[in-house]
Write a protein that binds this ligand. Structure first.
Ligand code: NAX
Length: 331
């Protein structure tokens, strides 16, 4: 058996938290040989819900679950954390301006960044799920000066999975036959799902799409908006936001980062090193591969004029979010 891993989950009393905790405790994220210690963070109003989840975790008698503790103090919750799953955030409520939302989340993620800096384990890996995820991750990283910025990431794996599913549906392919698909930019409606570098069973996805009667205008007017607006579609149909699929995205993100992707491409929002002209320091979704506990941005993608336009639009949105939080003094 491996040594136990300490995982801090924020927003643990919420919906995505509830859909995440049991799978993590069952070993679906870190594998069947890694015991886990869960530290659940909530705000005071959410503590009861997190305590209830903790009681149910006890009632599952998971072999791998060494401990579950509930906190309303981030400094305690991040003590010894090897992994941070930052799910909780301040949702937009009626009448709330964009600035108010950024400010409320800025307060949450700056405090959590400080707590991570002061108390987490040296190998801490963070995924931010709570929206606006990319910018929240940026704020968090900027308040954790002793931790490499590379360890703060945001979730676009759900978007990646949505794009995989839509491409498979459109071509009749198996998801497992698709490689090289990528989400670029912000986890928002401006995200860009890129099929131009993807292959299906080794052939260019574009070719296979063409055989299925799907051309560039299908990509622009159907595929891209379908993926980018899938969250809203789920809300319409289901009467509630994406929960299990979001939890699956977060679990997959950490699983890939920790255990590798066997040479396969996935998407993660990570700090830009200037690749593809994306301003250094922004937390932007890129195609990545993971190996030995590290991720690496893939540098081999061809970016057409068409793709460039979409990527720039999303990166510009990231810049404007960054500028807005910077002007609020949150960076
Ligand atoms: P819920 O409202 O069910 O749960 C959020 C929980 O976070 C609540 O229990 C709340 O008390 C807690 N919380 C709030 N502030 C906190 C703080 N400072 N510290 C600790 N806990 C805190 O929302 P849920 O459906 O679970 O969604 C959580 C977040 O995920 C939202 O911000 C949502 O927008 C975001 N999403 C992100 C996705 C992604 O792909 N990146 C997709 C799904 C989801 O929309």
């Amino acid at each position: 058996n491996h040594s136990p891993v300490t995982i801090t989950v924020t927003g643990a009393g919420g919906q995505i938290g509830y859909a995440t905790l049991f799978r993590v405790a069952a070993g679906e994220m870190l594998g069947p040989d890694t015991p886990v210690r869960l530290r659940l963070l909530e705000i005071p109003q959410g503590v009861k819900a997190a305590e209830g989840a903790a009681m149910e975790l006890d009632d599952c008698a998971f072999d791998l679950l060494e401990s579950v503790d509930v906190f309303d103090d981030p400094h305690q919750a991040f003590e010894g954390a090897n992994i941070g799953m930052l799910i909780g955030s301040r949702p937009r409520t009626a009448g709330m301006e964009r600035g108010d939302l950024l400010e409320a989340n800025g307060a949450i993620f700056s405090t959590q960044g400080q707590a991570i800096n002061a108390h987490a384990a040296d190998d801490i890996k963070v995924v931010v799920v709570g929206n606006p995820a990319n910018t929240n991750a940026l704020i968090c990283a900027s308040h954790a000066p002793d931790i490499p910025a590379e360890r703060f990431t945001a979730l676009t794996r759900l978007d990646h999975h949505r794009a995989l599913a839509q491409l498979a549906l459109a071509t009749g392919a198996r998801v497992s036959d698709i490689e090289g698909l990528a989400i670029w930019g912000n986890h928002s409606a401006t995200q860009y799902p890129d099929v131009f570098n993807a292959t299906i069973a080794g052939r260019p996805a574009i070719e296979v799409l063409g055989e299925n009667g799907k051309n560039a205008s299908w990509i622009e007017s159907t595929f891209i908006p379908k993926v980018a607006q899938r969250g809203a579609e789920i809300i319409d149909v289901r009467g509630g936001s994406s929960v299990a699929s979001a939890a699956h995205g977060a679990i997959s993100h950490i699983k890939s980062w920790v255990s590798g992707t066997n040479g396969q491409t996935t998407s993660m929002a990570v700090v830009s090193d200037g690749s593809y002209g994306v301003e250094k320091g922004l937390i932007c979704s890129f195609p990545v591969v993971c190996e030995n506990g590290h991720y690496e941005i893939k540098h081999s993608y061809d970016i057409s004029e068409f793709s460039r336009k979409f990527i720039e639009r999303s990166v510009n949105e990231l810049k404007s979010e960054r500028d807005a939080v910077a002007s609020l003094g949150l960076l």
